[in-house]
Design a protein. Structure first.
Ligand code: DC
Length: 236
């Protein structure tokens, strides 16, 4: 690929990493500052899970999930200033953050047919993005966009991530925090241990440990990486 090709191509920046690293906030802000589209792929797995639960599909029955997964019409609005997620035309941005979906989403996202379908939608979103996209998830750098212009892998210790999640939810009692930590560890194990597209750092990804960093520092650091490494840095 020569320089001329690169400058015309839409920019693709990907952020992968486990839950609670601040991926969503950071990715959205970076997209906004660079004038790029933004895609939260976890929201798509959550939207699929919500639809399956609503339609009485047993999420632990991989065959049933695979069969049903072709049915919901999932659409992601990728405007960084107001991303949206709909299923069959209905806004599901609230319910997909609920406990029922959070408990079931790891099982659903382990089903290969679900991944095939959502990966296709994710690539379609990138193709439709006028200037390029910032996409975040678990397998953006390894599977979905292996030729991304910049790959970042965000990490933070499980205890740091649990403390952040607890603060977001307003939970401050030790038992509540312990429960959040257990849930994070359970999801880490499920996401990293599944056979299809496990959570993994791409070989050419830059790892950023956010344990001791404020969100603004993470954003500035990644914007610095974009300036350093992306040939056609979007101006804005
Ligand atoms: O980022 P999140 O917590 O909203 O993601 C919800 C779940 O979706 C998470 O348990 C792992 C799964 N996921 C995935 O398997 N692949 C992605 N690209 C994004 C999320």
């Amino acid at each position: 690929m020569d320089t001329a090709d690169r400058s015309d191509a839409p920019v693709i920046v990907v952020l992968d990493g486990p839950a609670g690293t601040g991926k969503s906030t950071v990715s959205r802000e970076i997209a906004s500052r660079l004038g790029l589209s933004f895609l939260d792929t976890g929201a798509m797995y959550r939207a699929m899970t919500h639809w399956l639960l609503q339609h009485g599909v047993d999420v632990d029955d991989a065959d049933a999930v695979a069969l049903a997964s072709v049915k919901p019409v999932i659409r992601s609005g990728t405007d960084a200033s107001g991303p949206t997620i709909t299923v069959d035309g209905r806004d599901v941005s609230g319910p997909i953050r609920g406990a029922a979906v959070t408990a079931a989403v790891s099982a659903v996202s382990a089903v290969p047919e679900v991944r095939t379908r959502l990966v296709e939608l994710q690539r379609g979103s990138a193709e439709a993005a006028p200037r390029g996209i910032v996409a975040e998830g678990r397998d953006m750098g390894t599977v979905v966009f292996p030729r991304a212009d910049l790959k970042v892998f965000l990490t933070a210790s499980a205890t740091t991530r649990a403390a952040r999640r607890a603060a977001q939810l307003g939970v401050d009692d030790p038992a509540g925090i312990a429960e959040i930590l257990a849930d994070i560890e359970r999801r880490d194990a499920a996401d990293s241990g599944r056979a299809t597209s496990p959570l993994a750092k791409a070989e050419d990804a830059v790892e950023v440990d956010t344990s001791e960093m404020a969100p603004d520092e993470v954003i500035e650091h990644i914007l610095g990486l974009v300036r350093e490494r992306v040939a056609a840095v979007p101006s804005r």
